[in-house]
Ligand binder design. Structure first.
Ligand code: TXA
Ligand code: MG
Length: 364
């Protein structure tokens, strides 16, 4: 095997040639391309099967490169980069003049972050040292390295399974530490408008408030809503992070009971974080995740993949607590449930022993 420096050099050559390179970040694996190269960016959309009007996050080696990509950067942005970069926070800012519209999906704003994973940082720094791609802008566009709408990858093997030969090189950094995607905070709405969380993540509203002195709004919630309340799932992107197997969320008390009920003629797989009084006999597979939200997030997507591949007809997931520390996980689970078929649990519960039709989930 090549030493790490040689692999990074090879990755940089590929990026400069407009090829795709997958790399680990502290959140999930990203599918990278030179963000200033529109044809390389189009390759990302093609590999993911993602609509071209969905903007990509651009990854930077350090906050000193922000000016290449963003304009009218508010003071709050610098305060947040100082506190949280490198780290799992994406800032939405007004885009700078020379930024190609391919990477922003035609929008006037751009998502930017400096990831905390050492391999990602090594790649981004080496890319900058080698000239930083077209125009020397030094940004690597990288959505999560999964097919559109599917579960984000947290291991190199997941990327290969998702994207196959569409990606020229996958840098293997082992399992991602955080395990769910970055918090996205919109600071592009101009002076006076409150910062707004578009996607919850490991950087919570409280941590943002500890820097800015005020709680951000959360998309889908009224502006004065408490941070503990959960963000509503926005319509268009509700079906996301989804396994192929239909997935249901339900309280612990119903988990074992429902597992028995729905498995008349069906096989189910269970994901829980509480200790079940007994393993339902009909469960094909039970995965118990840690009851701590950070540890749960670290393992969540790998567990969902495992359950999805178990051959089960249903994945039943124990609901997570409704406090702020679990908000990002609750958000991902709700979207996974929606994306995996969207069957109405009430209908399921009202016909617990009847045969269930189990539609497969279509890609968004
Ligand atoms: O943790 C992460 O953020 C990972 C790693 C690889 O960095 N990336 C990631 O990218 O999750 P992706 O493309 O799967 O999700 C990015 C989200 C999309 O929902 C996209 O719509 C939103 O960010 N986004 C990007 N630019 C935006 C913009 N200018 N305005 C609003 N939303 C934006
Ligand atoms: Mg994604």
């Amino acid at each position: 095997m090549l030493p790490e420096a040689a692999i990074i050099d090879h990755a940089v050559v590929l990026l400069q040639a407009g090829e795709l390179v997958a790399f680990p970040t502290e959140t999930v694996y990203g599918l990278g391309a030179d963000a200033a190269n529109p044809s390389a960016v189009r390759r990302i959309f093609a590999a993911k099967g993602r609509p071209a009007d969905h903007p990509l996050i651009v990854h930077l080696p350090a906050d000193g490169y922000l000016d290449n990509w963003a304009s009218d950067i508010p003071r709050q942005a610098w305060e947040l980069t100082e506190a949280f970069w490198p780290g799992p926070l994406t800032l939405i800012l007004k885009r700078a003049g020379g930024v190609p519209s391919a990477v922003t999906g035609g929008q006037e704003t751009i998502g930017l972050r400096v990831p905390a994973h050492p391999l990602a940082l090594a790649l981004l720094r080496a890319f900058a040292e080698a000239g930083g791609g077209i125009g020397g802008l030094c940004g690597v566009a990288a959505p999560s390295a999964n097919r559109f709408g599917r579960i984000s990858p947290t291991e190199a093997a997941h990327v290969r399974a998702e994207l196959g030969d569409a990606v020229r090189l996958i840098l293997d950094g082992g399992r991602c530490g955080v395990g769910i995607e970055s918090t996205i905070l919109d600071l592009s709405r101009g002076a006076g408008a409150a910062p707004r969380i578009l996607r919850p993540g490991a950087i919570t509203p409280e941590r943002i408030a500890s820097v800015l002195g005020r709680l951000p709004e959360v998309a889908g919630q009224p502006p004065i809503a408490g941070a503990a309340a959960l963000p509503r799932v926005p319509g268009a992107l509700a079906a996301h992070y989804a396994p192929l197997t239909p997935l249901r969320l339900l309280p612990a008390a119903e988990l074992a009971h429902l597992a028995e009920a729905v498995t008349a003629g069906q096989r189910c797989a269970l994901l829980c974080h509480s200790r079940l009084p007994a393993t339902p006999a009909a469960a094909l597979l039970v995965r118990q995740l840690p009851a701590d939200p950070s540890c749960y997030a670290h393992e969540l997507y790998a567990a969902l993949r495992e359950l999805d591949q178990s051959g089960a007809d249903q994945i039943l997931v124990e609901e997570v607590p409704s406090d702020a520390a679990w908000a990002a996980i609750a958000d991902r689970l709700r979207r996974a449930a929606r994306g995996a078929g969207g069957q109405d649990l009430k209908r399921l519960l009202s016909h617990p022993s009847g045969p269930l039709s189990v539609p497969r989930c279509d890609e968004e």
